[in-house]
Design a protein around this ligand. Structure first.
Ligand SMILES: Nc1ncnc2c1ncn2[C@@H]1O[C@H](COP(=O)(O)OP(=O)(O)OP(=O)(O)O)[C@@H](O)[C@H]1O
Ligand SMILES: [Mg+2]
Length: 257
């Protein structure tokens, strides 16, 4: 859980959270960190004892835009204060925090008070929608998110469009008056990227431009122009950029129709 996160004012603190397990918190946190690292210095805090985000960072190639990682779930070593353990490089622009499943109760107040933006990944399934409803209610009632002026947005994850469950999720968000940021499709690209310590926008995959497109609304919601975060162009694969190629646009039109 976020505790004693002290940062300069200009740092944007982004927490990826949901009490429900397996909805994509670590996937979103790591992809976001990789994406933002192209625009400014990123610190990635992992509050989950599973350490998925730290493991991802361990396998990340040093040649990629670097990310400062903190295993925030660990107690500080002897003689080190919590504040020192959670320090960030002085030029940190983005602080991305991955949180464990089961976040609730009084932890929610800490989450809310340590965030500028909360991103809630939700899977389009009845169980996940029900759990998300409870989580959002707790964020508002227990965490008093509105009082702290924290921006909250939902990302539908592992989506197969035109399914009943996806429509149900959209309806549920409308009922709660929640901000729906974007939908990320269900694709092996995320597993591949995770395995290699990459974000999907860094993958050498002919279909990754579709995923980059789906990330654009999230980057815009966070306040950066999506163009600040151009995907990696590689000589071997010059048309990975989602801005390029009529073929890419045609596919995007198809899936977003
Ligand atoms: N959009 C996606 N498409 C395909 N697979 C995905 C997608 N998002 C996440 N996954 C996969 O779903 C699984 C769970 O994702 P992840 O570990 O990010 O969830 P989590 O919320 O962090 O889980 P936990 O609560 O255990 O920390 C992982 O195997 C991940 O690769
Ligand atoms: Mg996780």
């Amino acid at each position: 859980m976020p505790s004693c996160v002290t940062t300069a004012d200009r740092v944007q603190r982004i927490i990826v959270t949901n009490a429900k397990g397996g909805c994509g918190k670590s996937t979103l946190a790591t992809n976001l960190a990789a994406c933002l690292a192209r625009a400014g210095t990123v610190s990635l805090f992992d509050y989950d004892p599973q350490g998925s985000s730290m493991h991802w960072l361990d396998v990340r190639d040093d040649a990629r835009p670097s990310i400062h990682g903190v295993a925030a779930h660990r107690q500080p070593a002897n003689g080190i204060t919590r504040t020192f353990q959670l320090r960030t490089p002085p030029n940190t622009r983005y602080l991305v925090m991955d949180t464990p499943a089961g976040t609730g109760g009084t932890d929610l107040a800490q989450v809310v008070q340590n965030a500028d933006a909360l991103i809630i990944p939700v899977l389009p399934s009845p169980i996940d929608i029900h759990a998300a409803a409870n989580f959002v209610r707790d964020l508002l009632l227990v965490g008093k998110a509105r009082a702290y002026n924290v921006r909250i947005g939902v990302v539908a994850n592992r989506v197969r469009k035109n399914t009943v469950m996806y429509q149900a999720l959209r309806q549920f968000l409308q009922t709660l008056n929640m901000t729906f940021i974007t939908a990320l499709r269900d694709t092996q690209n995320y597993a591949k990227a995770s395995h290699e310590g990459l974000g999907v926008h860094e993958l050498k995959s002919p279909t990754a431009y579709i995923d980059c497109q789906q990330w654009e609304p999230l980057l815009r919601w966070l306040g950066g122009a999506a163009s600040d975060f151009e995907p990696v162009q590689s000589a071997a694969q010059p048309v990975m950029g989602y801005r390029d190629g009529a073929a890419g646009r045609a596919v995007w039109k198809k899936i977003s129709a």
